[in-house]
Write a protein that binds this ligand. Structure first.
Ligand code: MOS
Length: 712
């Protein structure tokens, strides 16, 4: 087992705990975020968002506000520059968010209808708030449910997967669990709101942004504005969280439009409220799970039907049903993702998209099955451990799920657990423990890197990576130092600049693996060159790498990280309060590059899972179609007082197909965590909670469990 408690020393390379290389800059305020970077002649844009959920803009009454102090321009669909409507984004289709100011249609509450640009943010805001926009309103529908008449199964990979005769296996099963689980609309809430500054400089468009891939954003802006890709430079030096929400959004596009119209640098910063409709979010889900098993818990049938919503203008699917495909052997598997189009903003990737809500449903259902079978929940999972991919038939790259459960059970004290629900009391609290499994795919994407041996004995790494706050810059420093066989202090890693060439985005937990591969390749090459001897010229010696061929030649396998989540809760059934007392996560997630930041990453994910289980829920008002309480007062994230003792650790699990054994740890921390909490609430109270969050009113209205009935 690895030790995760050491903060330093700042020597050594991979596997040694290393504080963030930019940590001092961040804690002293020297690190500049996109909203802070100064620019001469900077003008400020303030967004005006629609107040109706569906209809057309009748008029934008900009004349009165154009005369207000400091106002430079009021951009809207009637006067904004046109963009390339045939633009195809990196995800294969244009996201209609890029149609901003291109037409008069309003597809949801919070769609941008104008940008007021002024000399100061205060002037821009005052004018934006005074701007009158009139609408021709149409009836809207924002009511999500699995029974909605508009539900359909999308085309595309992985939407419907079937193996074996589901109906026959269910019919032959001794134990059947058939239950519906729901999760609410959930939001990213990055500490740093989306912000971008755009300016033209000598015929080149420069954008200072906060994103998950500067090359990605640069390429998409070039396509949108019909520019030579070489004439667009996007930088994203420091990022205060991203989680899937920081791709191309309206702030970059409108900053570019305004900078072009005014021929001045323009910055657009979203407010916290605006983020709720403009950056994407996790769709609510309604999931039906059916499990059929023999008397001994062996699964015959696994059926997972997941429903989510998307907007009327773009199809994004929260693919929750895929979670079980690599997880459990069963004679018959069926998993299907369905979606319905409503008059709401388009949802997007959000930390473990699919796996986070999917694991809540399936890992809760497994716990229900364990109860029916009279089996320990860990033993039930072990009984259904597959030899090869249960649906794909492919071999696993490595699969150390049971090692995670063994180690987790030992450290959590699981062996002493009394399986009976609702029998432990401590004063007003009922106590319980729960567990759940986690998995996340292991992905890699081609990247390029350049490593330079400088004449002064240091090394400079340049790669188009993004450090979204997780410590990627530091991990790459360690990987480069290892490849070069030098101390980390001699290595300087520069990231977040589209001029550094193509690289994987920070997404899908693939960043450090993808970039690390490229940095390692260039670093090893450079070390070999330097071993030949000779002087380093003043400009240094630079070696470049491109992993396209190596990544492309990987054989097909089931590649996943795994984990075991444990939680202990205390429930006061007279107030409905649920307190998590401790959590433990043990992960098999490849070689761990930097234990210090890796632990933070896992723990952060687990806190997110706690938050998902107990607190997070965006409320959409059916009458207006908009949010109620779209701010951090109305939308509660777990805060310090909610967070108990949380420990994360890992088992040895190097990936044999990665040059340094990395799998990627970005997202798996959240997976299964909410189910572990919900299963612990059942163990405490005897009542199943299948609808998140487990709010006090839900605990109260569930009441005391009836004898022999675990249903909420
Ligand atoms: Mo993630 S949802 O790939 O930041």
């Amino acid at each position: 087992m690895s030790t995760t408690t050491t903060a330093g020393p700042v020597t050594g390379t991979v596997g040694a705990s290393y504080t963030r290389v930019e940590g001092l800059e961040k804690v002293t305020g020297a690190a500049r975020y996109a909203g802070d970077v100064p620019a001469a002649e900077l003008a400020h844009g303030w967004l005006v968002l629609s107040t109706v959920a569906r209809g057309r803009i009748r008029s934008v009454e900009s004349d009165p506000v154009r005369g207000m102090p400091g106002v430079l321009a009021v951009l809207h669909h009637g006067n904004a520059p046109r963009v390339d409507g045939n633009y195809i984004g990196m995800l294969g289709r244009p996201d209609p968010i890029v149609e901003v100011f291109q037409h008069d249609r309003v597809p949801f509450v919070g769609w941008p209808v104008a940008l007021v640009v002024a000399e100061t943010t205060e002037q821009a805001r005052e004018a934006a708030e005074a701007l009158v926009v009139r609408y021709d309103e149409e009836p809207h529908d924002v009511a999500f449910s699995a029974g909605h008449a508009g539900i359909y199964t999308p085309d595309g990979d992985g939407m419907l997967v079937e193996k074996g005769d589901l109906a026959a296996e269910l019919a032959a099963s001794v134990h059947v669990v058939d239950a519906e689980y729901t999760t609410p609309e959930e939001h990213h809430g990055t500490m740093e709101p989306h912000a971008a500054m755009a300016r033209w400089d000598g015929g080149r468009l420069e954008v200072v942004d906060s994103n998950q891939g500067s090359m990605w954003v640069a390429q998409e802006l070039a396509k949108l504005f019909s520019l030579d890709p070489a004439s667009v430079r996007v930088r994203s030096e420091h990022i205060g969280g991203a989680f899937g929400s920081k791709g191309v959004r309206v702030h970059q596009i409108l900053a570019v439009m305004a900078a072009t119209v005014l021929d001045r640098p323009v910055r657009v910063v979203m407010t916290r409220r605006q983020m709720f409709s403009l950056v994407g979010y996790r769709s609510p889900t309604a999931q039906r799970v059916r499990l059929g098993a023999d008397a001994d818990g062996r699964l015959r049938a696994l059926d997972h039907q997941a429903h989510s919503l998307t907007s009327t203008v773009h199809e994004f699917v929260e693919a929750s049903a895929g979670f079980g495909r690599p997880m459990y052997a069963a004679d018959a598997h069926r998993s299907v993702n369905r979606v319905v189009r409503l008059d709401v903003p388009t949802p997007t990737f959000m930390r473990a998209p699919g796996e986070a809500p999917g694991s809540f449903a399936l890992e809760s259902a497994l716990d229900e099955l364990a109860e029916r079978c009279g089996m320990d929940p860990i033993a039930l999972r072990a009984r259904n451990e597959p030899d090869v991919g249960p649906v794909s038939g492919l071999p696993f790259g490595s699969r150390n799920l049971l090692a995670c459960f063994d180690e987790g059970a030992r450290r959590f004290g699981w062996a002493d657990r009394d399986p009976r629900p609702g029998v432990r009391r401590e004063g007003r609290w009922l106590l319980g423990t729960g567990t759940a499994a986690a998995t996340f795919p292991v992905i890699v994407a081609p990247s390029t890197a350049a490593v330079t041996a400088e004449a002064d004995g240091t090394f400079t790494v340049r790669i188009g990576a993004s450090d979204v706050g997780t410590g990627a810059r530091t991990a790459l420093t360690l990987l480069a130092a290892e490849a070069l066989d030098v101390a980390g202090e001699r290595v300087h890693v520069r990231i977040g600049d589209s001029d550094f060439g193509p690289a994987a985005i920070s997404g899908g937990s693939m960043g450090t693996r993808s970039w690390g591969w490229a940095v390692t390749a260039a670093g090893r090459d450079l070390r070999e060159q330097l071993a030949l001897g000779g002087d380093i010229p003043p400009q240094g010696i630079t070696v470049r790498s491109d992993t396209s061929a190596a990544v492309g030649s990987l054989t097909q396998k089931e590649r996943h990280s795994f984990g075991a989540q444990f939680a202990e809760v205390a429930v006061d059934v007279t107030t409905g309060e649920v307190r998590v007392r401790r959590m433990l996560g043990v992960f098999a997630a490849g070689r761990i590059v930097n234990p210090l930041t890796a632990r933070s990453q896992f723990v952060g994910g687990m806190i997110w899972g706690l938050s998902m289980a107990l607190h997070e829920e965006a409320i959409r008002d059916q009458a207006t179609g908009g949010h109620v309480g779209a701010d951090l007062a109305g939308y509660h994230f777990a805060a310090n007082a909610d967070v108990p003792l949380i420990e994360a650790d890992w088992v040895d699990d190097p990936d044999a197909d990665d040059p340094v054994g990395i799998k990627g740890i970005g997202e798996i921390g959240i997976v299964g965590a909410a189910a572990a909490v919900a299963n612990a609430v059942w163990h405490a109270t005897g009542v199943r909670h299948r609808h998140l969050p487990i709010r006090p009113d839900r605990v109260l209205s569930a009441g005391a469990p009836a004898e022999g009935d675990g249903d909420a």
